[in-house]
Every structure is written in C-alpha cells, then in structure tokens.
Design a protein around this ligand. Structure first.
Ligand code: SF4
Ligand code: SF4
Length: 359
C-alpha cells in the first residue's frame, strides 16, 4: 500500500472550509440516522476529510467506513445553508484512497468483476444475449445497465416489451458497465474514460441518435460524467422521460401509487416531473406524494457503493424510507432503488414494469 496523498481532496479544501459545522445536514443524512454517530453524517465526513488534507489523520478503517457509508444522496447539499459540496468532497476522498491502494474488500471484488467481465456481478453472458436480441443499426437504442440486465431482469424485459408495443425501431447494445460503480468507489479517470469511450463508440457505430437508460446511476454517468470526458453524438433520455413523451393508452388501475425519487435521477439530474407525468397518465390511479418527495426525497440507502459494502445498513435505511409510504403501491424509476427497497421489505415496482402491465 502506498502512502496516502490527499491530492484530489485538496481540490475541495475550500468547500471544507465553508462548512460552519452547524449540523443542519444531520436532520436529513440517511447514514447518520442509521448509525447515530457524527462521523456518519455530512459534517463528520467534512471534518475527517479536512484532517486527511492537513495530515492530522491516517486513513484508517474508521475513516474508510465514514467515507464509504455515504450514499452520495446529496440531501445534505440541499439542506446545507452554506451549500457545501459534500458529495464532491467524499468522492475526491475516495479517489485518493483508491490511488493509495486502499479499497474495501467488497469493493475490490466488485471492481475485479467489472474489469474481468464488464459488469459488477461477474456475469459471463453479454447483455444483448441475456435479453435475447442482437444489436443492429437503429436511431433509438436501449442501454439496460448491469442491474436491470442481470438482477432485476423484469425491468429491461418490460422496456423491450413497451418499445415493441409502441412499434419503435430500436436496438440493444453490446454494452459494458457505464462506469458508475467504479466511479462511485473512487477509481481514477484514467480507468473510467476508456470505458466511457468504448461505450460511446459502440453506440455511435450503430447510428444511434437517442439513448434510453433505465438506471438512475447510468443516467447520471451519461448525462453528467461522460460529457466531461467524451463527446456524445446522441441524446440521452431516462426511460421515464421517454415514456412521458409518449401518448400512452394505458388501462385503468384504481390504486393509490406513491413514487420514490431515486437520488441520482432527482437531486443529481433534476428529473422529477417525468415519472409523475407517466403515473398521471394511468386512468383511475391516484398519485400520492410521500411526506419527503421530489427535491426533499429521502435516500433508499443503496447508492454510492453502500449496498455492496454495507448491505445490512443499506437495508435498514430502506426500511426507514418505507416508513413514509402510505399507498397501495410503491413505484420508483431505478433498478438499484428497486433492489434496495425490496431488501427493506417492500413490494416495489419499477415504473417500466407498471407501464408494461397496463399498456
Ligand atoms: S449543513 Fe453544511 S455547513 Fe452545516 S454542518 Fe452540514 S455541511 Fe457543514
Ligand atoms: S450525500 Fe447523503 S449520505 Fe452522504 S453525507 Fe450527504 S446526506 Fe449523508
């Protein structure tokens, strides 16, 4: 293991100094609510990061746990009066930790699988083969993402079914992991950018003009991270945005439906209306807002690599989020949230699956 160097963290030193330690972030931080220690809250993470920059702290196991139990939900930024970019600080700290050879063992395993198989689950079969369709030239393409392809398969199958029902001429892709998992863990740009280039070149080679994505994490990558490094010759849409743009003739569903905003789709990418517009298209359905929704939505607890590193804590954060649910059905728009909320004991459905059932 190399000596720790706070090279990337130093870039965010000014943000750390902006923190007044007021503690307002504690009222929303899901990991603080779960663990109860200041080191598990936004302000504790800022303080520890500052200690690393100053050389006053060693990146020991407790510091690692503090920095890797952050779900990168960004609710602290929304709540913070000083607008401290805590996610930026945490993600830069993780980059420095990885650069020094420090990685949680669960994450080391996940990263090895992405490197060897192009997906974090170590699956051998490529996505198009898993879903039973060959890539071909088309203007519209569907990027399933690893979780919807290999774990919550009903989501990608529902999306294929919807596109067929709508008569779209579309293609699947020889996709490789978008890089979200490795990026959130803290792998360097030198490793991520070639992954981005391969995906973009594969998609562009088919003449794709619009790329649809199911996963909020993949969407954030293509929408925010990719354009910083690679030129995208196609537009990017989350499936909820695509569905909201369609004139969907849906069968009635006389149920109350609560919508959970995925953090990486909502706070990170600003997509709040599209999924709600789709639910409003369902005759007889009643859209119910959870007490904390839209910009104030509470994290399900699964993001930022927390589900893979600390599955029990992620499950408890999901249970806490589910306490707010008061509707017949809980719907979200991210395979990762579906997986983690299910771990919290909920019957939860992805928006795509619901639409396919009613179309
Ligand atoms: S709310 Fe902002 S300024 Fe206050 S302690 Fe949290 S991060 Fe610091
Ligand atoms: S991003 Fe979320 S989990 Fe991380 S410190 Fe902020 S509120 Fe807490």
């Amino acid at each position: 293991m190399k000596d720790f160097s706070a090279e990337r963290l130093r870039e965010t030193e000014q943000a750390m100094l902006t923190c007044t330690m007021c503690g307002f972030c504690k009222s929303v931080c899901p990991s603080f609510k779960e663990a109860g220690w200041d080191t598990s809250a936004a302000r504790g993470r800022v303080l520890l990061s500052y200690g690393l920059v100053q050389g006053d702290l060693e990146p020991d196991d407790e510091v690692m746990e503090s920095l890797y139990s952050c779900t990168t939900c960004m609710d602290c930024y929304r709540r913070c009066p000083s607008k401290v970019d805590v996610v930026g600080i945490v993600e830069n700290a993780r980059r420095d930790l990885v650069a020094s050879g420090r990685m949680l063992s669960k994450h080391r395993d996940v990263v090895a699988k992405v490197r060897a198989h192009g997906n974090p689950y170590g699956e051998e079969m490529p996505v198009p083969e898993t879903l039973g369709r060959e890539p071909r030239p088309a203007k519209l393409a569907y990027f399933s993402g690893c979780t919807a392809a290999y774990r919550t398969n009903e989501i990608s199958r529902a999306m294929l079914s919807i596109l067929d029902k709508l008569g779209e001429d579309f293609t699947l892709l020889d996709e490789s992991c978008c890089g979200s998992v490795m990026g959130r863990i803290g792998c360097p740009d030198e490793e991520l950018v070639p992954m981005m280039r391969v995906n973009v070149e594969t998609i562009a080679a088919l003449g794709v003009e619009t790329l649809l994505l199911s996963c909020a994490g993949c969407y954030r990558m293509f929408k925010e991270d990719y354009p910083r490094h690679v030129k995208l010759p196609f537009q990017v849409m989350h499936v909820s945005e695509y569905l909201a743009s369609q004139d969907l003739a849906l069968r009635p569903c006389a149920r109350s439906i609560a919508y959970h905003d995925p953090c990486h789709l909502g706070r990170h990418a600003g997509v709040y209306d599209a999924p709600r517009d789709v639910i409003r298209m369902i005759p007889e359905a009643e859209l119910v807002e959870m007490p904390n929704s839209r910009e104030q939505s509470r994290c399900c607890g699964g993001g930022g690599g927390v589900r893979s590193a600390y599955p029990e804590a992620a499950g408890r954060m999901a249970s806490a989020r589910l306490q707010e649910m008061d509707a017949d059905l809980l719907v979200t728009a991210c395979p990762f949230c579906v997986t983690n909320l299910r771990a919290g004991g909920a019957e939860v459905m992805d928006l795509t699956v619901l639409v396919d059932k009613l179309l």
